[in-house]
Ligand binder design. Structure first.
Ligand SMILES: [Fe+2]
Ligand SMILES: [Fe+2]
Length: 492
């Protein structure tokens, strides 16, 4: 165990002064200026959390894991905590001695420990955009506690929320420590933008969408947190070492968010299949009868997934992008799994195949690889999404129901990039506006689907009880039973 980890561990057990109230492995107490800046940001953060964090459950005792170190075998502890008392900390993965810049024109040079002056603005922008997504998702999900399908699920929601809060801390630390006054201003602005706000929205589109129900939450954590995973993995390859180390530790937490999404959708599918079997329904499209059982028909789940996949794909930005090329060439952001790729990591002379629409037809064009960095990350993302989808399909197959989930065509329902101007069906046909309008009700959740889903969203807040539409998990959190009181709600 490193000394830094030891220090953080100790700090959990010793009654500490305010500076240690921010658990950290970055020697915060030795950097008075940074400490002062974070101390003045902290109360504003708590105000933001209370205003925009989980609505109605700030006083509840939630069985949360808290990061207390970065040692893979024991970085978290579990216990009931009121969310505003959660110990949001600053934790970086251990420093790799001798680490070099893994890609771009500075490849092989020592990784930067300070901000490289010529790339300051671009680097700050990358950190701000990543940082902005973290509080945004908390805001999007803030109403969900009231309709949680179980205490287990409620706890998972709140766990995701506090960790997104910690991810905000991780980015704010970088801004405040390395970017001086404009970093402090950006840190403040991160608390001021609001998801979906007309005048001061969050930076990226998907983070201004509503998360109106639990199916949206599970789809979000499966598909949109997975964008987070891809972005963090690419930023973990940054030549700016503090960013790399921050993102490497954030990825550890992100894995749980993806788990919540995958198992949430999986358990929903399981409940549907079980109910259909029990009622002797074999046709997955027998919507009215299936819905009457208090479960979600599988085609509606596919529509939900279609929506979340398409808006999340937009988060990757334009497939062909000179900004992305510059971030890569500058060594600020790598590709997914950069270090395990076997090319020259500079890409000056390589190309990458990008699907485009030219004159109303699909064409695959070889584009300079540097300009296709976003396209490649999107392709990697789409491949990464498939694992969970295959596992969902196994559940359906095992239940003997004839239905398969699939990913819609890359160009379906896109607002950004190559396909933004084209209407494309989930099976990849280029459509007229009229054809799109005729089909869209079958591809995306419509008003009556929404109304049905809303009708299922009733709270189920007794330990061990689960709403009709979702199966209990196989195992609880941290080996607790499934009927454990994951959230103690004050009934005053
Ligand atoms: Fe996050
Ligand atoms: Fe996340």
């Amino acid at each position: 165990m490193s000394e830094a980890t030891e220090a953080v561990r100790d700090d959990q057990f010793v009654e500490v002064s305010y500076d240690d109230a921010i658990p950290n492995n970055v020697n915060l107490s030795d950097d008075r200026q940074l400490l002062r800046a974070l101390e003045s940001w902290h109360p504003n953060y708590i105000d933001w959390w209370k205003e925009m964090g989980p609505e109605g459950f700030q006083e509840a005792d939630v069985y949360l894991r808290t990061a207390v170190g970065v040692d893979p075998s024991g970085w978290a502890k579990f216990g009931h905590v009121k969310m505003p008392d959660y110990r949001w900390g600053i934790l970086l993965a251990p420093k790799e001695e001798g680490r070099t810049i893994p890609c771009g024109r500075h490849k092989g040079q020592p990784a930067w420990q300070e901000v490289p002056g010529e790339y300051r603005a671009l680097l700050r922008k990358l950190i701000v955009v990543q940082g902005d997504t973290e509080p945004a998702s908390v805001e999007q999900q803030r109403w969900l506690g009231a309709t949680a399908p179980s205490l287990y699920d409620m706890r998972n929601l709140f766990q995701v929320n506090v960790e997104e809060g910690r991810h905000l801390w991780a980015m704010v630390y970088l801004l405040v420590k390395y970017f001086g006054r404009d970093g402090r201003e950006e840190a403040q602005a991160l608390l001021e933008r609001r998801s979906g706000h007309q005048d001061n929205p969050r930076i990226l589109g998907a983070f201004n969408e509503r998360t109106p129900d639990w199916l949206s939450f599970f789809m979000f954590t499966y598909f949109t947190d997975r964008d987070g995973k891809m972005q963090l993995a690419a930023l973990a390859q940054s030549g700016f070492d503090p960013l790399s180390r921050s993102c490497r530790f954030m990825l550890t937490e992100e894995a749980h968010h993806l788990f919540v999404g995958e198992t949430g959708v999986g358990r929903t599918i399981e409940a549907t299949c079980q109910a259909m079997k029990k009622a002797g329904i074999t046709d997955p499209f027998d919507k009215e009868r299936i819905r009457a059982l208090g479960v979600v028909d599988l085609p509606t789940l596919q529509k939900k997934a279609n929506f979340h996949m398409s808006v999340t794909r937009d988060l990757f930005g334009s497939e062909i992008s000179s900004n992305a090329a510059e971030a890569f060439s500058a060594g600020l952001k790598g590709r997914f799994n950069e270090s395990s790729l076997s090319d020259d990591h500079q890409l000056e002379n390589s190309t990458y195949a990008v699907l485009r629409v030219v004159d109303g037809r699909f064409v695959t064009e070889e584009v300079p690889a540097l300009r296709a960095i976003n396209s490649r990350l999107l392709d990697d993302y789409i491949a990464d999404c498939q694992g969970g989808i295959d596992r969902w399909n196994k559940v359906i197959e095992k239940a003997g129901v004839n239905f398969r989930f699939s990913q819609p065509h890359k160009g379906f329902n896109r607002r950004i990039g190559e396909f933004a101007q084209t209407r494309i069906s989930p099976d990849g046909r280029i459509l007229s506006e009229q054809e799109w309008q005729a089909g869209v009700n079958e591809w995306l959740v419509n008003d009556s689907d929404h109304a049905f889903i809303r009708s299922l969203m009733k709270p189920c807040h007794q330990p061990g009880h689960y709403a009709s539409w979702i199966a209990p998990p196989r195992v609880g959190i941290n080996n607790q039973p499934v009927d454990f009181e994951y959230v103690r709600i004050e009934h005053s």
